[in-house]
Design a protein around this ligand. Structure first.
Ligand SMILES: [Zn+2]
Length: 105
């Protein structure tokens, strides 16, 4: 009878250890992710907000800034947005025109 109790206790302890180990691992993973984001190894996808490893992401260079995306969908969405904002900016900049464009009626 004692043997059964010991086996049960050992099983319980192992179970607890296993659970503790798993949650600790999860904490470590979360911590390392945060640390990687802080050290620049993980970057935030500007479209969907996911953290992407710098080496694994899809990168787009815009001048001196490099954007990293989790997928081509995000990259395309970002490029579209960038293009739209650029063309708007071009339209918005006051260009000195000596004459008004002839209006077509
Ligand atoms: Zn994304």
């Amino acid at each position: 009878m004692y043997r059964l109790l010991i086996v049960l206790a050992a099983g319980f302890i192992l179970y607890k250890l296993f659970l503790g180990d798993r949650s600790r691992k999860r904490d470590q993973e979360a911590a390392s992710k945060k640390q990687m984001a802080a050290t620049g190894e993980m970057v935030k996808d500007p479209v969907c907000g996911t953290y992407v490893p710098v080496n694994a992401g899809i990168r787009v260079r815009d001048g001196d800034t490099v954007y990293t995306f989790c997928s081509y969908e995000c990259r395309d969405a970002f490029l579209k947005r960038l293009e739209a904002s650029r063309s708007q900016a071009v339209d918005a900049t006051p260009t000195q025109q000596p004459e008004e464009e002839p209006r077509r009626s």
